[in-house]
Design a protein around this ligand. Structure first.
Ligand code: 5GP
Ligand code: ZN
Length: 115
């Protein structure tokens, strides 16, 4: 199935739940995180339901690449000179929404290693 009616991010794709959308392409949707962890915190998702980044990479290496290209475009439009991208894959590392999403964070300094 392309979308999962039970999935929060599929509902955002469908327009059933509002979101502050910053970019929409044929295959990617980007919107602001509801609980931003940085001045810019945007989520980039494929407009097909897939559980996590690992499954997305297997489904379509092209599509996971499109998320990175879209992140670069959004970072530019947000005026970021650097940015951090994160996929949380699995509940044990903090994944809470099981529709693959790329976090784009910027606008402040970041520690390394991440917490
Ligand atoms: P995860 O923890 O799965 O890597 O990231 C899920 C992200 O989705 C979190 O950063 C969380 O703040 C965000 N989020 C959860 N619910 C909503 C929502 O209804 N709208 C938006 N825009 N973001 C959400
Ligand atoms: Zn979904």
């Amino acid at each position: 199935m392309d979308l999962d009616p039970q999935c929060l991010f599929c509902k955002i794709i469908e327009g059933d739940i509002p979101a502050d959308i910053v970019l929409r392409t044929a295959n990617v949707l980007a919107f602001r995180d509801i609980t931003p962890q940085a001045p810019t915190h945007i989520l980039l998702i494929p407009t097909v339901h897939v559980e996590n980044a690992a499954e997305l990479a297997k489904l379509s290496p092209t599509l996971i690449g499109e998320l990175m290209i879209a992140a670069q475009e959004v970072a530019k439009s947000e005026g970021l000179d650097g940015y951090r991208t994160v996929f949380n894959t699995g509940a044990s590392v903090g994944q809470s929404v099981f529709h693959a999403h790329l976090h784009l964070l910027g606008g402040r300094s970041f520690a390394w290693p991440p917490g």
